[in-house]
Design a protein around this ligand. Sequence first.
Ligand code: KG4
Ligand code: ZN
Length: 334
Amino acid sequence: MFILAIETSCDETAAAVVKDGSEILSNIISSQVEFHKKYGGIVPEIASRKHIEVINPIIQEALDTAKVSFKDLDAVAVTHGPGLIGSLIVGLSAAKSIAYALNIPLIGVNHLEAHIYANFLAPGTQHPFPFICLVVSGGHTMLVLVEGHGKYKVIGRTRDDASGEAFDKVARFLGIGYPGGPIIDKMAKEGNPKAVNFTRPMINDGFDFSFSGIKTAVVTHAKRQTIPPTQPQPINDLVASFQQAVVDVLVTKTIRAAKKYKCKNIALAGGVSANSQLRKDMEERGRGEGIGLMIPPLVLCTDNAAMVGARAYYLLKEGKTSDFELPAVASLRL
Ligand code: KG4
Ligand code: ZN
């Protein structure tokens, strides 16, 4: 079963061909980071315009790399939310046109579900339900109890900033670049995570998160110290301390959730799961508690279309296809 998957919810134009829900035949990602960098964040109008420019060549490249042609496809999957409305519409229009022209099923996929399903993208992957999934991206931070295919219970979510958003905002304030997550991850390797003891917000308090206070604490600390980005060690210490505080909160709550819901496994999903400290600490603390950890390979943590194809396979198996009225939904929930 060959599914062509398309993802344009944010600033990556991506297309993939996935065989039987787990075998990635191609996974093409065109990033727009260069175009948004100078604004310190994503400009929605630029994002949709850039998607339009590259969507067709990216789809063609996905087919060519997979060595399949349009007539080999069994279905077309596409992210229909959550995300930037103009960006989503570009992917949706392309997917609908292809599905209509080929007379094959169209499958609308929730972007957050797709991130969770990135964990199943390896041939022979087991699906160890129930498990706790920590979904951490630029727009979302939530703890999800995954009880089966498509069966989710959101047990915690952020009350303000998403964790990726906090990384991006701290980086923007410090003037160290965009997107902040990977830059802070790299700089933190040269810093002392114990240099500044930031409060771990809500660490012992339920399963919700709050990251806006810690972001403000970093900004206040930097202003007080007047750290210019030209002083590598203090700034590396500062970002390492910030990152460690965020990671401590994410890891502590995820492990607590796994224990409370009697899950033997934890999964990570979304762009922030590329964070090396998060991966390391979650693995170590999970192992200490006898809890297994699933983490997608780095390229499947951030936005990509293969994860959309993975989710779509199970929807198709259940006959859950979409009609051509499928809307783009900016705030689609899990
Ligand atoms: O899942 P994603 O690619 O897009 C959304 O759906 O939002 O996540 C993007 C977010 C950005 O905030 C980015 O800074 C963050 O993921 N990110 C990271 C790392 N790589 C990407 N955050 C921390 N450490 C990283 N290595
Ligand atoms: Zn995403």
